[in-house]
Design a protein around this ligand. Sequence first.
Ligand code: CA
Length: 231
Amino acid sequence: MRVLLLEDERALSELIAAQLAGEGHAVDRFATLADADAALRAVEYDLLVLDLGLPDGDGLDLLRQLRAAGRRLPVLILTARDAVEDRVAGLDAGADDYLTKPFHADELKARIRALLRRPAREGEGMRLGNVVLGADGHSLFIGGRPLALRRREQALLAYLMRHAGKVVLKEDIETSLYAFGDEVASNAVEVHVYRLRRKLQTAGADLRIHTIRGVGYMIAAGEDAAPGRQA
Ligand code: CA
């Protein structure tokens, strides 16, 4: 998942980013409302972790602006303000959850897992052909058998499955898999697609990742899948 972290305390920001990266997320860190706002206009983030006291204003203003624009991404507020009225103001502005500093790393990770699970839970995960991706985004089953993928391959599969039957641009895949500043080889997406295809095929998945030359990829249930390999 791609996460925007807006927090101006450098040490705390680095710590949180390291924890989120350890959970397999691509994290962009910003310290001002202006920079975060620009990034939010450019990228579809899966989660916003938002500090309130920022050098160029109040995080709640950014949150209200996002909600007014119809952006539904989950938002976790991090703040030293712990008065009840501050929490209420945060939730009223459209925050999904609220964590008071100082907090324990495990609590942060648990809250974030819960927030990222929310939208998927409604659909009980995703299914395409005999491939089932659990609502937690981590468990994957092919014909009922678990399959382990590397985290970017898993993120790629989730992205393609969310857009099943539609052509997705290579640039959009890259944007969903990598944070700004990540070292990205020019053929990174191709390499991930190649490996993912091989693993899915070996596991007997009855779906296909089609290459749309010069544009991107499309995943679809495959008619020519290997029958008899299903569990
Ligand atoms: Ca602050």
